[in-house]
Ligand binder design. Structure first.
Ligand SMILES: [Zn+2]
Length: 501
């Protein structure tokens, strides 16, 4: 029975990832999940999950790998069951967003294009206007989103969990109490440093006063217009090949990875990697919009793509498709970190990065970390209630306080990913600092120029999703990853603590 289950699960993943890829890359208007869940829904019924549980109980304790495999299958089946329960609502939200249009000057923009335009619109007043038009679209779909969460929470209870959080506490071992302490500590310890940096950066880069900083300014803030020419769109493919070559990997020989950097009106502005068949068919999708964020997205998705492309085909499907999501994010963050390395910027882009640039990059990172810490805290509130509307004000208040940008309550549901993905990002950020530190110690400060470092990473990537991010860190000789190195790093670059020799 298990053999068939695994085969079908792999086919389900392929079908779903292909559909999502087609839709979110803007090749296909509708997101048709129904035929996929019609065909494979029997894998995710309460009975199917129960059968997996019985299989799990029958495995003797000594067979650790077999037990882990079943744990992942159970987690996966339960999460998919929850997604399946809200499938009609997911489709309706996707349809409404894909159909939305915003009249802007002489143009008609899609929702995706409007969000991208925020990054390049130089006038703060016009950015606010455009953002307000995006909020109109969100307001129209928020009722669907609220209903989607209510239904998701009900489905969690149908599977015998007291609430949605407990699904992840039990099946993915997320320790929300320990994480909660990290989020609070991080927000508190970086508060002063962040506000001081933000004040300076907002004024020097956007000409915006801190009390006027608005959510609509964030894409422009992240774009770093002043340095846009250092990161030309035409250079993306060459940089991708260059980074891999440094690690001893030849990009054009990797037939299993295809990069999609084409422009399409309905292409999702957020870059993504679609591992359709792991390791045989991986899509790396970016929506270039100019500037440093393109390079950041490219390197990040390249980390995912390499991880999946090197995953051993011999692993069980659950060790390829259903493992810890923080793991792949950790590899993505590792490659992304190159953009903050003065030596890499000099080597790869011939850009002698100034202290000003490096501080801006560090400031952005701190913005993102603080935003996610606040988002994670907020999600704890969201998933403790069945009336999502009640926490809209708390969303705006927390995000505004953490980031220094005025957030509108309307984004309280569109800014939430399923399954506590934000907490997975968080764990990945923490683990990545440990991994990077190890790679630097072992292969030197220019680790990206060492095929030996590449071979080391390939060995990790080959294990697919067999281990969690924390387990990988422990395997490379560290203890369980703690938050301190991340905190230190942020403080050092932003200049409040002297670099330790
Ligand atoms: Zn990622």
């Amino acid at each position: 029975m298990l053999e068939t289950y695994r085969e079908e699960l792999a086919r389900f993943h392929e079908a779903l990832a292909r559909e999502e890829y087609e839709h979110y890359s803007g090749r296909k208007d509708a997101l048709d999940l129904e035929p996929i869940y019609d065909r494979y829904g029997h894998l995710f019924t309460p009975e199917a999950v129960e059968a997996l549980r019985r299989e799990r109980e029958a495995i003797p304790e000594a067979f650790e790998t077999a037990r882990r495999a079943l744990d992942l299958l159970i987690a996966e089946a339960t999460e998919r069951a929850l997604e399946m329960a809200v499938r009609p609502l997911t489709e309706r939200i996707a349809r409404a967003e894909a159909a939305a249009e915003i009249a802007w000057d002489e143009e008609v923009l899609t929702f995706a294009q409007a969000q991208q335009r925020l990054a390049t619109e130089p006038s703060p007043a016009r950015r606010r206007e455009l953002h307000a038009a995006c909020l109109d679209i969100l307001r129209r779909t928020n009722e669907l989103r609220a209903e989607r969460w209510r239904e998701m929470h009900r489905a969690a209870r149908r599977f015998g969990h007291p609430d949605y959080r407990s699904v992840y506490r039990t099946l993915r071992a997320l320790d929300f109490e320990a994480l909660g302490r990290q989020w609070a500590q991080f927000l508190e310890e970086t508060e002063e440093l962040y506000q001081a940096h933000l004040q300076e950066a907002l004024w020097s880069e956007l000409g915006v006063r801190p009390q006027e900083a608005h959510r609509a300014d964030i894409p422009a803030f992240l774009r770093l217009e002043r340095y846009a020419e250092v990161f030309p769109r035409e250079g993306l493919r060459a940089i991708y090949a260059d980074v891999l070559q440094g690690l001893g990997i030849e990009a054009d020989r990797q037939r299993n990875i295809e990069m999609d950097d084409e422009e399409r009106p309905r292409k999702h502005p957020r870059a993504f990697c679609a591992p359709i068949r792991i390791p045989e068919e991986i899509k790396l999708v970016i929506a270039p919009n100019g500037g440093a964020p393109d390079y950041q997205a490219l390197l990040h998705e390249a980390g995912h793509a390499q991880h999946y492309a090197w995953t051993s085909a011999a692993l069980l499907p659950e060790f390829r498709y259903a493992g810890d999501r923080a793991l792949s994010e950790m590899y993505a963050f590792l490659l992304e970190s190159l953009l903050r390395e003065p030596r890499w910027l000099e080597d790869a882009l011939r850009f002698p990065a100034s202290e000003h640039f490096l501080k801006l990059m560090a400031g952005q990172r701190l913005f993102l970390l603080r935003r996610y810490a606040a988002k994670c805290e907020y999600e704890q509130l969201l998933h403790a209630t069945d009336e999502p509307e009640e926490v809209a004000a708390a969303y705006a208040e927390r995000l505004t306080r953490a980031t220094g940008f005025q957030y509108p309550p309307e984004e309280f549901l569109s800014d939430v990913d399923d399954g506590f993905y934000a907490a997975d990002y968080w764990r990945a950020w923490i683990a990545e600092v440990w991994l990077r530190d190890y790679v630097k110690t072992k292969f030197g400060h220019r680790w990206w120029r060492h095929p030996r470092a590449g071979r080391f990473l390939i060995e990790l990537w080959e294990t697919g999703e067999r281990y969690t991010a924390e387990e990988i860190v422990r395997q490379i000789g560290a203890s369980a990853p703690t938050i301190e190195p991340l905190l230190d790093e942020v403080k050092i670059v932003l200049g409040r603590r002297r670099r330790r020799r």
